[in-house]
Design a protein around this ligand. Structure first.
Ligand code: ZN
Length: 142
């Protein structure tokens, strides 16, 4: 048990080296039983049904992400959603939504560049890769 707690603290300290403290003070999360998805006819009409119905452990809207209880202590999930918070912030809500929808429509969820970026970063975090400022990195990708 002690070792488990130590690992979590170590990972948390690790996370803090990737995301600036000032940024983390402006990002929030909510643990929810059901992930809130934008489910309205217009989105289904443009081909987003698969995305709307897809089981996910987390989703980000602007500076807040929603995660399921079973991943509430999974820092990789936090890391991933925080990457989306940066994307939302850098592009602005309208541009983010337009681009994200376009990526889902044209590439599918798994190959959407925004998702690939977030998965690449959370994998880098998980293997304890070289430290760099994630916010700066994402900003440079735009
Ligand atoms: Zn994602």
């Amino acid at each position: 048990m002690f070792i488990k707690e130590y690992a979590v603290i170590h990972l948390l300290a690790n996370l803090l080296t990737f995301y600036p403290h000032e940024f983390l003070k402006t990002a929030f999360y909510v643990v929810v039983e059901h992930i809130p998805k934008p489910d309205f006819a217009g989105l289904r009409e443009i081909g987003l049904s698969d995305f709307i119905d897809m089981d996910v452990a987390g989703i980000t809207y602007k500076n807040t992400y929603y995660i399921l209880p079973h991943v509430a202590r999974n820092l990789r999930v936090h890391f991933h959603e925080l990457a989306h918070v940066v994307q939302w912030r850098e592009l602005g809500a309208h541009a983010f939504i337009m681009r994200y929808i376009n990526e889902i429509q044209t590439c599918g969820y798994n190959d959407a560049p925004f998702e690939k970026m977030a998965y690449k970063l959370d994998a880098h975090f998980t293997i304890n890769g070289n430290k760099f400022n994630i916010s700066d990195y994402i900003t440079q990708q735009f």
